[in-house]
Design a protein around this ligand. Structure first.
Ligand code: SAH
Ligand code: SF4
Ligand code: F3S
Length: 442
């Protein structure tokens, strides 16, 4: 690589989960601290950060097609930084595979991005995929302006080693950030405009501080921040739903009635082969407990179809579980064999056509559940946090407490909490009518 002028503008493109979105925002803040400005819409950036996801093959391949697309008509490319989970998994291999990549930085060391960018501008091609003991959070700049709904990573990594999953390898072991650090960042987010904070972690409900306090204690502390109206958390593991956290759904008004609790399959044999260490029945028992703490809680899950060896009868158990739970929403995926994971070399890999067909049937069950959930909400009055303008003039979009998208017209502004009546259910959203603005909450 030859030397180029130091970049003046940047663009960060994040793929994958919400933790990557959070990391992308933090990298943007780091670059701005160095005087590098966001590129204007439609304009080329001098530096492009591809903040990648390794979870499924398609996600990984996207990186390389994106790199190709960044090449300009004159044959030059911007400085390209590959960050995120593909960076961690493939490291220097990315430099070999793509000549236009300038640097590779893993998810645990992106606080070093500015010095790596400076080195890359001088013609080096630095690679850093360390997983240092000292976390990056202490080295990051203060939060800048944020939207009404903000993310806050409280826990990273995963010790669960589900047999299909790359996360324990790309993000490392479970690490919880400290209580005081998190309360301080949440306060900064609220000062910067957040009305809602979603606490993030690969296993967020396993968050535990050095004094042994669990996530519900953090939620209780954040609920005391004036101006913060709503708290959410994602993603949780069924085995880490503690009594305390379940009770918080009953006791903490600012904790929204929503729980994303992936189960992956309705078959105990498949769950065992996945190393999920819970059964369908133990998962359902957790949901029952949460529902008795908070009757109106909306439930969400993740599902994988076509895990190696999955039979038609086992797949049917997954569909039945979906029908039984009455989910508000779900994410469903075709199994994707990932290099280095135990499931990738298991017998009984399922043909793509079979997976396609199962995914279709699964999604039909999910759509039915989702529409039923939205329909039962019609007629309810609830608060909506206005997040953005809608497609049509005068239309506003926001989320109900149950994380449904609601749209309505009338006098409102981004960041308002408004009371609406839910009028009509569609598959993915609800039409609502504005009743009144909710006064700022303590
Ligand atoms: N920590 C969370 C989420 C992990 S990744 C959890 O444990 O649930 C998000 C989702 O991607 C997973 O819940 C799973 O449904 C899906 N997923 C992970 N690895 C996959 C793979 N190899 N193929 C298909 N889907 C996968
Ligand atoms: Fe992956 Fe399982 Fe960990 Fe979730 S709990 S991140 S699916 S290994
Ligand atoms: Fe993807 Fe990494 Fe998140 S693999 S889902 S970006 S933790």
């Amino acid at each position: 690589m030859t030397a180029t002028a130091p970049p003046r503008t940047y663009r960060v493109k994040s793929f994958g989960c919400q933790m990557n979105v959070y990391d992308g925002e933090r990298m943007a803040e780091l670059l701005e601290r160095e005087g590098i400005a966001p590129a204007a819409d439609g304009e080329d950036a001098d530096l492009v950060v591809l903040n990648t996801c390794h979870i499924r093959e398609k996600a990984t391949e996207k990186v390389f097609s994106d790199i190709g697309r960044l090449r300009r008509d004159d044959g030059t490319s911007p400085l390209i930084a590959v960050a995120g989970c593909v960076a961690q998994a493939e490291g220097a291999e990315i430099l070999r595979r793509s000549k236009s990549v300038s640097l590779v930085v893993g998810p645990q060391v992106y606080h070093r991005l500015p010095e790596m960018v400076a080195a890359a501008a001088l013609g080096a091609r630095p690679v850093d995929t360390d997983m240092p003991l000292e976390t990056k959070f202490g080295a990051l700049p203060a939060r800048r302006k944020v939207g009404p709904s903000a993310f806050l990573t409280v826990q990273e990594g995963c010790d669960k080693f589900c047999t299909y999953c790359v996360v324990p390898y790309t993000r490392g072991a479970e690490v919880s950030r400290g209580f005081a650090d998190l309360v301080a960042e949440a306060e900064r987010l609220v000062e910067a405009g957040a009305k809602e904070i979603t606490l993030l972690g690969q296993n967020v409900n396993a968050w535990r501080d050095a004094d042994g306090r669990g996530l519900e204690k953090l939620i209780e502390a954040l609920a005391l921040i004036p101006g913060l109206a709503r708290i959410r958390y994602t993603t949780s593991h069924p085995n880490d739903m503690t009594e305390g956290l379940i009770e918080a759904h009953r006791d903490v008004a600012k904790l929204m009635p929503f729980l994303h609790l992936p189960v992956q399959s309705g078959s105990d044999r498949v769950l065992k082969a996945m190393n999920r260490s819970h059964t369908a029945a133990s998962y359902l028992a957790v949901l029952d407990k949460v529902r008795s703490a908070r009757a109106d809680v909306a439930l969400s899950g993740d599902f994988i179809v076509g895990f190696p060896g999955e039979t038609e009868a086992e797949f049917a158990q997954t569909v039945r579980l979906i029908e039984q739970v009455g989910y508000a929403q779900c994410f469903s995926f075709k199994y994707s064999p990932r290099p280095g994971t135990p499931a990738a070399t298991m017998d009984g890999q399922i043909a793509t056509e079979v997976m396609d067909e199962r995914l279709q049937r699964l999604q039909a069950a999910i759509n039915t559940a989702q529409l039923a959930f939205n329909r039962q909400a019609v007629g309810k009055t609830c608060t909506v946090l206005v997040e953005r303008k809608g497609k049509y003039p005068g239309q506003w979009l926001g989320k109900t407490p149950w994380l449904q998208s609601a749209h309505f017209g009338g006098e409102a502004a981004i960041g308002d909490l408004v009371q609406v009546e839910l009028l009509e259910a569609m598959g993915n959203s609800l039409a609502a009518s504005l009743l009144q603005k909710v006064p700022a909450q303590a």
